[in-house]
Design a protein around this ligand. Structure first.
Ligand SMILES: [Zn+2]
Length: 306
């Protein structure tokens, strides 16, 4: 069943390489929340241009700065030179100086073209988008700088990667040996307290069964806390799968070579799989993707399986 949203909100449901994009019109300004991955920036622009039907794009807001959520910023900034980009206050310096290390693009081996940000957003701020007032809500866990956006009249939550209908994103601080699971729990509690009626997630369909989604997310979190190695294993496969989504088709040897030099893979190997050399570990992760159908092999080539 399609979920009904106020007419001024359009959700472009994209998939896993590009996050969903949420276009808010109707107000004085037009706003796009999250812009997808850079290799699909043309498609993002076409979707936005088509829906705006001649209006300009006034603002972009990024829930967080993972490459699949802000990879389209640079291209949209070229097309709409006056667009203002709003990001988490805590990331403003990193963006203005373009510190790829701090922005994690180096660690994940992903790409994100440089863009310029204008507005700093912090939890507690209220911003107008589509003639509605949205609260900026802290959403750490998946990413320490992530925020959610909540509209209290229709009780709509833009949840980014903090809550999906079936789970939530990889807990990135854990890949750096920092505690992220506690923040995931706090954010899930915060979402429960907001009691949203409709959730627009960063990936996947808009959903209404919020209680069930929270219960599923908490079960997953309990299991990951019990067995952090299972989370690390999941993260390795997600990073590998993302590369496949990006490349579509890649030589097996070069994929494994890339995987064995990715900083997050090295860190996870050292923390959780000390007895297994990294190339063997990544070979095993690829084997698992092939077995589940998430990847396909044709002679020496690996293809995305979805
Ligand atoms: Zn993310």
């Amino acid at each position: 069943m399609a979920v009904e949203l106020p007419a001024q909100i359009t959700v472009f449901e994209r998939g896993w390489l590009s996050s969903n994009n949420i276009l808010l019109t109707g107000g004085r300004e037009t706003v796009l929340v999250d812009t997808g991955y850079c290799t699909q920036a043309n498609q993002t622009r076409a979707l936005v241009q088509d829906a705006l039907a001649g209006r300009t794009l006034d603002r972009i807001v990024n829930t967080h700065l993972h490459s699949d959520h802000c990879g389209g910023n640079a291209h949209l900034q070229e097309v709409y030179p006056s667009v203002r980009i709003g990001i988490a206050q805590s990331q403003l310096d990193n963006v203005q100086s373009w510190r790829e290390e701090a922005l994690t693009y180096r660690a994940t081996g992903q790409q994100c073209p440089r863009f310029v940000a204008h507005d700093a957003l912090s939890p507690g701020d209220v911003i107008e988008m589509g003639d509605l007032a949205w609260s900026v809500v802290a959403g750490a866990g998946h990413d320490p700088h992530e925020f959610l956006l909540f509209e209290p009249v229709h009780r709509i939550l833009i949840s980014a990667d903090a809550l999906w209908q079936h789970g939530y994103g990889v807990v990135f601080p854990e890949l750096e040996g920092e505690d992220g699971f506690a923040d995931v729990a706090t954010t899930l509690d915060r979402i429960e307290a907001l009691a949203p009626r409709t959730v627009i997630p960063g990936h996947g369909a808009v959903f209404l069964d919020v209680e069930e989604a929270l219960a599923r997310a908490r079960r997953r979190l309990a299991q990951q806390r019990e067995d952090p190695r299972s989370h690390a294993w999941h993260a390795l496969k997600v990073l590998l799968k993302f590369k496949l989504l990006e490349q579509r088709r890649v030589e097996r040897a070069s994929l494994l070579e890339w995987a064995s030099t990715m900083p997050y893979a090295r860190a996870l190997g050292m923390m959780h799989f000390v007895d297994e050399p990294l190339p063997a570990l990544m070979e095993r992760a690829l084997g698992s993707l092939l077995k589940s159908g998430a990847a396909r092999q044709q002679e020496e080539w690996i293809e995305d399986g979805c």
